[in-house]
Unconditional design. Structure first.
Length: 356
């Protein structure tokens, strides 16, 4: 008789508290061991004019940000209109439904998968409403694909009424490398289990197994999903960074906006990385897939409001060997939920062809 497997325990890497802390104000990624090291390594950067007064001001601002990343403050209860999402949650989004059948096709390559989903037309838009399609990878920057889907259903009626209702960063480390005012973690809304986990297991893992086998695409076993908001008077852009993820899906949910394009460079391990950035315009209802380690950022919003769903997809089998943030063997610390996707032992291999 089959017995249910015990839930896996996820961890984070201890570098969470010290490495790669992004301070948007300076566009800097900091290492933080102690105050002396902080002053020694970054004093000249944060105090170009050599003014002690300015440094004191910087210190006030930098240290609370670090403390915030350090302590994992319990999340405030988000104010949300959850019932508004319920009818939609009852039936899976069309992209998930369409993609569930993908592994059963004989296609095992990007090109044939694209042909199937784009109604035989090769690269480009899907002719079938609601079905995902894939766009050609760009030669220079590695595959970055777009997946239209009905994610615009995510009108996010649950967004807090004002940004102050949901204090910045307090819900989480946005990432160890990106930081912004307005973000809501989906697990804090209770949406991981009913929504994001099935989406990852039934749709994204098979798809990523085909598109990005070298990044652990077929072995994705956790995620961090959040919705970000850019608006005038709030965040308008996002600095260049890489994600704490093997792979990322970034879906433009709305509303109406201009500007805010994503730009991509090379991989963070291979500088100089942003000499010729590739720009990808966000289109509402479409998602962009990319490798987490690919440097990227978001250009300034010109007008309107931009809301995006970002899912950082993680494969413990990959990250257990090398933490993508500190690039060392991870120093594991037990954590809640999916932690940062590390585990004390590797997940069993997933046969994507056997998934239904
Ligand atoms: O604003 C965007 O679309 C990019 C978001 C992003 O790269 C991230 O949250 O890691
Ligand atoms: Fe990112």
């Amino acid at each position: 008789m089959a017995t249910a497997a015990a839930p896996r325990r996820f961890c984070r890497c201890a570098c969470f508290c010290s490495e790669n802390l992004y301070v948007a104000r300076y566009g800097l990624h900091l290492r933080f061991r102690d105050e002396r090291q902080l002053r020694r390594d970054y004093g000249p950067v944060s105090d170009p004019a050599g003014s002690r007064q300015k440094w004191a001001e910087d210190e006030r601002r930098i240290v609370p940000e670090i403390a915030c990343a350090d302590t994992r403050t319990p999340p405030p209860t988000p104010c949300l209109g959850f019932p508004i999402l319920k009818p939609w949650l009852a039936s899976p989004p069309s992209c998930a439904a369409a993609a569930v059948s993908a592994p059963r096709t004989s296609s095992s390559s990007w090109r044939s998968l694209s042909r199937k989903w784009s109604g035989g037309s090769g690269w480009g838009r899907s002719r079938l409403p609601g079905k995902p399609s894939l766009r050609a990878p760009t030669a220079q920057h590695g595959p970055t694909s777009t997946v239209p889907c009905r994610m615009q259903l995510w009108r996010l009626s649950f967004w807090p009424q004002s940004s102050t209702a949901h204090p910045r960063v307090q819900t989480s480390r946005v990432s160890s490398s990106a930081w912004r005012q307005c973000q809501v973690l989906l697990h804090e809304l209770g949406l991981d289990e009913p929504l994001v986990t099935p989406l990852r297991e039934r749709f994204l893992r098979p798809l990523m197994g085909l598109l990005y086998p070298d990044c652990g695409g077929a072995r994705l076993d956790s995620h961090r999903a959040f919705v970000v908001k850019y608006a005038p008077g709030q965040d308008r852009e996002l600095g260049c960074h890489y994600d704490n993820a093997e792979l990322t899906l970034n879906v433009a949910l709305g509303k109406a906006f201009t500007g805010g394009a994503l730009y991509f460079g090379g991989f963070f391990q291979a500088p100089p990385a942003l000499t010729q950035p590739l720009e990808v315009e966000h289109m509402v209802g479409r998602g962009v897939l990319h490798r987490g380690g690919q440097l990227h950022g978001a250009r300034a919003l010109n007008t309107g409001e931009r809301w995006n769903l970002v899912i950082w997809l993680r494969a413990s089998a990959v990250r257990n060997r090398l933490c993508p943030m500190c690039c060392r063997k991870p120093d594991l610390v037990d954590d809640e939920g999916f932690g940062d996707g590390f585990t004390r032992e590797d997940a069993p291999t997933v046969d994507v062809c056997a998934l239904t």
